[in-house]
Write a protein that binds this ligand. Structure first.
Ligand code: SF4
Ligand code: SF4
Length: 103
């Protein structure tokens, strides 16, 4: 029996107007801010403002740069948050809980 090969390079789809490949690789540079990667999320970070001490660790570690500082509090921009959970893991007072996204 002949082995079938999958041509992964041809498996492409689109988010908005941006074409993505298998593994969600963005091929065009400088397009991150135009792609609302929040649609990829299955878990969502929820900040308990009572517990938050405003240290900024979540802002420092977020790989998407989607945590924004407003006065003393830090807010997630859900248009770009991928739900990786790094902010929740790094928060020293455990103020961020990852909850299942409801869409
Ligand atoms: S879950 Fe990940 S992408 Fe979303 S705000 Fe936290 S660190 Fe950033
Ligand atoms: S890491 Fe936790 S305590 Fe620090 S700013 Fe973020 S949510 Fe607040």
């Amino acid at each position: 029996m002949k082995k079938q090969r999958i041509d992964y390079g041809s498996l492409k789809s689109k988010i908005g107007n941006v074409e993505i490949t298998t593994g969600a690789v963005l091929e065009s540079t400088g397009s991150t801010s135009k792609t609302k990667t929040g649609a990829w999320r299955s878990l969502k970070p929820v900040v308990d403002e009572q517990k938050c001490i405003g240290c900024g660790m979540c802002w420092t570690y977020c790989p998407e740069g989607c945590i924004e500082k407003s006065e003393k509090k830090f807010k997630v921009n859900f248009d770009y948050c991928k739900g990786c959970g790094i902010c929740s893991n790094e928060c020293p007072v455990k103020a961020i809980t990852m909850v299942m996204e409801e869409k």
